[in-house]
Design a binder for this molecule. Structure first.
Ligand SMILES: CC(C)(COP(=O)(O)OP(=O)(O)OC[C@H]1O[C@@H](n2cnc3c(N)ncnc32)[C@H](O)[C@@H]1OP(=O)(O)O)[C@@H](O)C(=O)NCCC(=O)NCCS
Length: 274
């Protein structure tokens, strides 16, 4: 075990910011996870048995509702992009838990396979949708973090990131740490691994940057170089999006769950007719 608490050997050599030839445009949907019970009951049928079971497993009923709302919203949104009814979407997960659309549903036009990422925290969900490249999004509520000086954060941050965080004045810490966390998680989700050490050790975030937009320090293979952008969020939340490739256009949209169902209902006949 290294002195920073990581189980890997020598620290990776960061090659510095680099660009990637693939240009990536992303739509970001911000969906408040607020819905009437009657809306949930009307729409829960679009979820798969597995999604319904996962919602039911939540100990706190409100968490189960939020899980269900976020997954209904995800299906409603993806349905718009690939023109398949929400309940008919086939979502599969890989060995790391990253979900994707089954091949034929993801590739319904020449623009490239539809890729997405979902994140939910408290009352907020974000869905990132793109073609061409893997994408990751993360949203978190800004909250105090218990232990910056001890070893608790070491598995998740590089030594330089930790040093920068530990130098911050206490009143700046909650914001800076949450910001750094969402950036790291967005990249880890774009890479598809989630927050595992091997993946987290391959890149480094500039903790001091207020608005991150662009390349990062990267020690992984050139063909999977990520870029990262902070996202505007409602007060009390922070969020970031990352993609494998060079992020270009990021369009931020907001929709309530009622708006999503209304738009989906308007499109339904066309989707069914295909
Ligand atoms: C995956 C992970 C990043 C989720 O983070 P989180 O802050 O708890 O939750 P978020 O709301 O931001 O994201 C959750 C969503 O990320 C997606 N997701 C799950 N695993 C993912 C992965 N490896 N890569 C990209 N996206 C992933 C799913 O859509 C998930 O939604 P769901 O749980 O409602 O189905 C985090 O749990 C993690 O890093 N886990 C470690 C890897 C791991 O243990 N994988 C499981 C192996 S089976």
């Amino acid at each position: 075990m290294a002195s920073d608490g990581r189980s890997h050997g020598a620290a990776p050599q960061m090659r510095g910011p680099s660009t990637h030839p693939v240009v990536v445009d992303v739509d970001i949907w911000q969906v408040p996870l607020i819905a009437r019970r009657s809306w949930i009951e009307r729409n829960v049928a679009v979820l798969s048995d597995g999604e319904r079971r996962r919602a039911a497993r939540r100990i706190i009923p409100r968490d189960g509702d939020r899980f269900a709302i976020s997954h209904i919203a995800l299906r409603l949104l993806l349905s718009r992009y690939c023109d398949v009814p929400p309940a008919a979407l086939s979502l599969v997960t890989d060995e790391f838990g990253k979900p994707r659309l089954s091949g034929d549903q993801a590739c319904r036009d020449d623009a490239g396979p539809l890729q997405f990422s979902l994140s939910h925290a408290a009352d907020a969900a974000l869905v990132a949708v793109t073609r061409k490249s893997a994408v990751g999004v993360d949203v978190e509520r800004v909250r105090p973090w218990a232990d910056v000086s001890g070893g608790g954060l070491a598995p998740f941050f590089c030594p330089r990131e930790l040093a920068a965080l530990r130098n911050l004045p206490p009143d700046a810490l909650a914001d800076a740490l949450t910001r750094c966390w969402v950036r790291k998680e967005a990249v880890a989700k774009a890479l598809g691994t989630g927050m595992i050490r091997r993946s987290l050790a391959s890149f480094e975030i500039d903790v001091s940057a207020r608005d991150h937009d662009g390349a990062l320090m990267w020690a992984g293979p050139p063909e999977s170089t990520p870029t990262l952008r902070d996202l505007p969020m409602s007060s009390g939340y922070l969020a970031a999006v990352a993609a494998i490739g060079s992020l270009r256009r990021v369009v931020n949209r907001r929709a309530t769950v009622r708006e999503l169902t209304a738009r989906c209902a308007a499109r339904e006949p066309r989707a069914r007719g295909r």
